[in-house]
Design a protein around this ligand. Structure first.
Ligand code: GLY
Length: 331
């Protein structure tokens, strides 16, 4: 097992923890995920917001050709990263306070292997750099200049990510010099998180963003943080988050959703409970939009958000549609 594997079996073994065949540390942590009433649905891919519709199309073309969920989620979110009209992910993303576009991304597979980059500049597809971190290094996360140099070493080309439109909007904002909470809604879609289960029943996930518009330089949100923006446990399910990253990090959001599914909650119930926890832990809820998306081992999906407006793209063998998630509050 490689060092980057999220849990070290060696360390746990030294603590005297025994593993069952399914990988659970003790009987009290056994998988309580409900058995599906109908056959397990696979493949399935889900992703956050309406931009997920195009991303799902790319992912689906791989899933239906029997490719892995890992390949599908990487190729899926690359579509959004390369869309210059999208102002919250990759190329064309809103810059930080100083006008630099800095990107965060992570990826996780069915073997609990994961890779991430944060505060990465000048690279169009950070998700593929994150995959290289996962597959080509003993590390999980590389940030800033180190990540950029690593990307060049791996053959990624340098690219100016600040489009004229994003620059003009930033210059307008700069005139007011105000650090505002981002308006996260259907027009400013925020992160793309994507989860997939493939024909073999294996789960993977990817998450990528340019983060909070006009953030303080060096700010990193939830999206590249395994357990916050994304978490995959192939025994149980996968979850990802969108919205105010600081709030997601405070409750280790995506890990929380997966653990709630481990306790027998449906994806919808797990996302709702995580949202309720965020609401309980924050005094100021103004503008605090967070959405969770989950996919369990049975191929069942669900989503939930603090405020109205969050939706997710869903694709399986029968349909491709945009689904409005449940929510706690109206704006
Ligand atoms: N959820 C994206 C961010 O807060 O950066």
């Amino acid at each position: 097992m490689k060092r980057r594997t999220f849990l070290s079996s060696t360390a746990l073994a030294s603590l005297g923890v025994l593993f069952t065949r399914s990988g659970f540390a003790s009987s009290s942590e056994r998988n309580t995920i409900k058995q599906p009433s109908s056959p397990i649905k696979k493949p399935v891919v889900v992703s956050t917001w309406i931009h997920g519709m195009d991303a799902n199309k790319a992912a689906w073309s791989l899933l239906k050709a029997n490719k892995s969920a890992l390949d599908a989620v990487e190729q899926g979110v690359r579509v959004t990263e390369s869309d210059a009209t999208n102002r919250s992910v990759g190329l064309g993303g809103n810059p930080d306070r100083d006008g630099n576009v800095t990107l965060d991304a992570c990826i996780m597979n069915h073997e609990s292997e994961c890779g991430a980059v944060a505060c990465l500049q000048n690279i169009e597809n950070p998700i593929s750099v994150a995959r290289k971190v996962m597959e080509g290094t003993p590390h999980v996360m590389i940030v800033g200049k180190g990540a950029e140099e690593f990307a060049y070493e791996k053959g990624f080309p340098k690219k100016n990510l600040l489009t004229d439109e994003a620059k003009t909007a930033w210059e307008k904002w700069k005139a007011t010099e105000e650090l505002k909470k981002p308006e996260i809604n259907h027009e400013n879609h925020d992160t793309i998180g994507m989860l997939a289960i493939d024909e073999d029943g294996n789960l993977s996930g990817a998450c990528t963003t340019s983060g909070w518009a006009y953030k303080l330089p060096g700010r990193v949100g939830d999206s590249p943080i395994i357990g916050a923006g994304l978490f995959v446990d192939n025994e149980i399910g996968a979850a990802c988050a969108t919205g105010m990253g600081e709030a997601v990090i405070r409750i280790a959001g995506s890990h929380t959703v997966v653990e709630l599914m481990r306790q027998g909650k449906t994806p919808n119930e797990a996302c709702k409970l995580a949202v309720e926890r965020i609401i309980a832990k924050h005094k100021d809820l103004k503008g605090l939009q967070v959405g969770f998306l989950a996919l369990n081992k049975n191929g069942e999906a669900g989503g939930y958000s603090t405020y109205a407006g969050f939706n997710y793209a869903y694709t399986d063998n029968a349909k491709a549609e945009l689904i409005d998630a449940g929510y706690e509050m109206e704006w």
